[in-house]
Design a protein around this ligand. Structure first.
Ligand SMILES: [Zn+2]
Ligand SMILES: [Zn+2]
Length: 347
């Protein structure tokens, strides 16, 4: 018995080693689970849509008469899958990446400044290097590691200790709204949540892609649900078990639609008020939000500007957000008057 078990194990190990040799990416357990997740998602989509085309003769007839209708539906189907893969493979915006870019930009800026200063200074026989980089109101002096610390500390109120803004896992200073994700083992800018379904975090750089993904997924599920109901309502003879399968799938689909619609509405609300799921759920635990009154959104710049920033502003170190000053918070918490409504203060 022990020999049989040993033989099975050795056969399994050899098969796995052969598999990992052919596909090296599978040797990493994290990558394996991520791949498994993606395969599951594609399979689920194929099952829900495939069964429809397999059972629904009416839909096949309709496709022959009006091919544009099915073409439109299949376009949405493929667009949703593509959007899923784009979102899951995109970076949410890691603090270490921005920090590296910042330091590289800083070094390049210093070198170019040095090159432009050198000839003039050489004439006098002395070399004076002064770098006065001031972009977006921020001071970029020096290329030593404390430059990043200075940039980050400028975003917090004066007197904030550096230690309270440093991640104990990455040992990097976190700008406001960043949080360490234990699944990704990195600090994420404008951390929203770690999405198990995508296998990555949702943060500053991919929140917009995530919103579009749930929007497309909701539309696809709704359209598929309508096609399922049309099938069940159609008066043509078919096997009873086909109806049972379709009803069961429709129940699963209805639950998914409800969940997706709520998720879409919730994230749309977050976008319009410039909040993240983490900030909304853990408002009392986040030090910089603890003193902010309820229903005051400290990072909101008005609905239109929030929407513009969410859709159009590219990821860069200049789009890091500072904590609002007490005066700004006071202005935001001021109650609305009739004049504010007329002048669209919220926009
Ligand atoms: Zn961290
Ligand atoms: Zn994560």
């Amino acid at each position: 018995m022990t020999t049989v078990v040993g033989l099975c194990r050795s056969f399994r190990d050899r098969a796995l080693a052969r598999c990992f040799h052919c596909f090296p990416c599978l040797s990493d357990p994290a990558r394996r689970s991520s791949l498994g997740l993606k395969v599951t998602l594609v399979m689920l989509h194929l099952i829900f849509v495939g069964i429809l085309f397999l059972f629904d003769d009416d839909l096949i007839e309709k496709t022959k008469k009006e091919p544009w209708y099915t073409a439109l539906y299949l376009s949405l189907f493929f667009a949703t899958l593509v959007q899923y893969f784009i979102t899951s493979s995109s970076s949410p915006g890691y603090v270490v990446d921005v920090m590296r870019t910042f330091n590289e930009t800083n070094v390049m800026y210093q070198k170019s400044s040095l090159a432009s200063i050198q000839p003039a200074s050489s004439k006098n026989g002395s070399l004076i290097v002064t770098v006065e980089g001031s972009q977006s109101g921020r001071n970029f002096q020096g290329s030593n590691p404390s430059s990043w610390t200075k940039l980050v500390m400028d975003m917090y109120p004066p007197g904030t200790p550096v230690r309270s803004c440093t991640c104990s896992y990455c040992n990097a200073e976190q700008p406001p709204r960043a949080k360490h994700c234990h699944d990704c083992d990195k600090c994420v800018l404008q951390f929203d949540h770690h999405c198990v379904w995508l296998g990555t975090c949702v943060g500053r750089d991919n929140h917009c892609k995530f919103w579009w993904y749930i929007c497309e997924e909701t539309a696809l599920c709704l359209w598929t649900g309508i096609l399922y109901i049309s099938f069940l309502k159609a008066n043509f003879s078919r096997a009873w078990w086909k109806d049972v399968i379709m009803i069961l799938l429709l129940i699963v689909l209805s639950i998914s639609i409800l969940f997706l619609l709520l998720l879409l509405l919730f994230h749309s609300y977050l976008v319009l008020t410039n909040q993240t799921t983490y900030e909304l759920v853990r408002r009392r635990r986040i030090s910089y939000l603890r003193r902010v009154p309820e229903r005051v959104f400290p990072f909101s710049k008005g609905v239109c500007r929030n929407l513009y920033d969410f859709c159009c502003v590219r990821s860069s170190i200049y789009s890091l957000e500072s904590l609002p000053s007490p005066e700004e918070l006071e202005e935001k918490s001021r109650p609305y008057t009739c004049l504010d409504v007329l002048t669209c203060r919220c926009c």
